[in-house]
Design a protein around this ligand. Structure first.
Ligand code: FES
Length: 153
């Protein structure tokens, strides 16, 4: 993300300290995560101590301080999905992408995450890619879904 793009977001929010959360959300929306150099720029431009910016980003779970891939795969680890084969789905994804949970592929195309329950237990086992739900998953469907998103670079 270019410095000019960050400036644009800061300007949009009038550099208001009370808008820091919204500013960081807007930056993350574009950049997918918040690298140290961006947090430093925000801190300097807004005249907020860097430690305060970090405190906020670590307090809210919705901020990501580690690189995230272009496509986010979320696997439900809730009970209903678990008993219907969730662990098999997760293992298949791990082996297809060769990464663990909370990791990103070296080409930055995929990140893998888990969540407790996605609220659609009847569809389990469930995985979500870029906010789209894929229900009644099996290892074969995992392979084809990942293939589909591998093409979408
Ligand atoms: S347990 Fe997976 S959606 Fe509820």
């Amino acid at each position: 993300m270019k410095k000019a793009d960050i400036d644009k977001i800061l300007k949009k929010h009038d550099y208001k300290k009370s808008s820091l959360i919204s500013i960081l959300q807007d930056i993350q929306e574009v950049n997918r995560w918040l690298p140290p150099e961006i947090l430093k720029q925000v801190s300097e431009k807004m005249n907020i101590p860097l430690i305060d910016v970090y405190s906020l980003t670590t307090f809210y779970k919705s901020f990501y301080l580690k690189p995230r891939g272009k496509h986010i795969i979320t696997v439900c680890s809730g009970t209903a999905c678990h008993v219907r084969g969730g662990p098999r789905i997760l293992n298949e994804i791990k082996s297809q992408l060769n990464i663990d949970v909370d990791e990103t592929t070296p080409d930055k195309n995929f990140s893998l995450e888990t969540v407790r329950c996605l609220g659609a237990c009847a569809l389990g086992p469930l995985m979500v890619v870029d906010k789209k739900y894929y229900g009644q998953m099996n290892p074969k469907k995992v392979v084809s879904t990942i293939k589909k998103f591998s093409k979408k670079k």
